[in-house]
Design a protein around this ligand. Sequence first.
Ligand code: SF4
Ligand code: SF4
Length: 346
Amino acid sequence: MGFVMSAQGFDQVISELQKEYRVFAPVCKKGAGRYTDTDVVMYDEITAAPEIDLVHKSDYSFKEFLNPLSETLFFFTEQEVKEADLNKKKVLIFLRSCDMHAVKRLDQIYLANGKEEDWFYRRRRDLVHFALIGCQSTFENCFCVDMKSNQMDDGYLFSVDCINGMYYSDVPENSIKGIFAAACETEQDVSPCFVTENKVHVTIPEDVPFEILKDSLWDEYSTRCIGCGRCNFACPTCTCYTMQDVFYTDNGKVGERRRVGASCMVDGYTNVAGGGQYRRSQGERMRFKVLHKIYDYRKRFGYDMCVGCGRCDDICPEYISYTNIINKVNAACEAAKQGAEEVKNG
Ligand code: SF4
Ligand code: SF4
């Protein structure tokens, strides 16, 4: 069942939901963009519906609630350890279809990539519910159709599409239907909008032969990429982190342990004891990142890590196109396959 609401009706729905949920959504921060007089759209806890940006793709992803850039895990003294408190109120996050697909990747890594679940991720994940933002048209650099993340049929409490000033919601969750019924203008069948065509296309190689690791296609990134790590921090599927102990006292025995986001593109990521470093050039780091997103993860879990949101392309200060890289890798794989065939056939 679906509902059609005015802006006032949608505001009423959000106010009602806020009695039970903390609501996080993309918010446009005026003048806070990376260039002078530009804006940035990023996630924040909202106080009222008009703060939600339903028009633009967010520059940074929803993962900042599930996987914060910096999170205190526990406090320690000489005698004891205490986990950091977490607000136990339920959380509602507004996100788009590609990001709902990204949640599956985060769950895979934090909950099903080893014998134990990540306790700190689990306690946040258990609080979270989703509202799906429909996509009425594609955004620049999106390639969700090729990555099959353009549509989401379940897993959300309700959807929202704002069309000509009216709000259209599909509400599969029975417990909140009354809230929508009380605020709506009409009840009718509603399906969330989704795109069926992007401007950007990629071809993902089925198999990546070993020689691609040594291919010269990676070399240009050693000079073009500045190793800032922005592509990782904007990506909804990057999950790497490091640990920091912060000491409050000179004796170093009282303090807190923080989990802090890490980036495979930043110098020092592969440092090991004794001064070793596995990937030294930006070209090698790019190779690792790209093949992890479109090949290695699939070999382990059966589906690609990348969901095609295009944020890494949007945010790169060096205008490096990740989609171009994918297509170059595919072309190199095809050439290697053809070369191998020719050798086989004499
Ligand atoms: S690698 Fe780029 S396109 Fe793929 S999910 Fe991450 S940010 Fe989005
Ligand atoms: S955002 Fe661009 S320059 Fe920065 S690490 Fe990623 S690819 Fe390199």
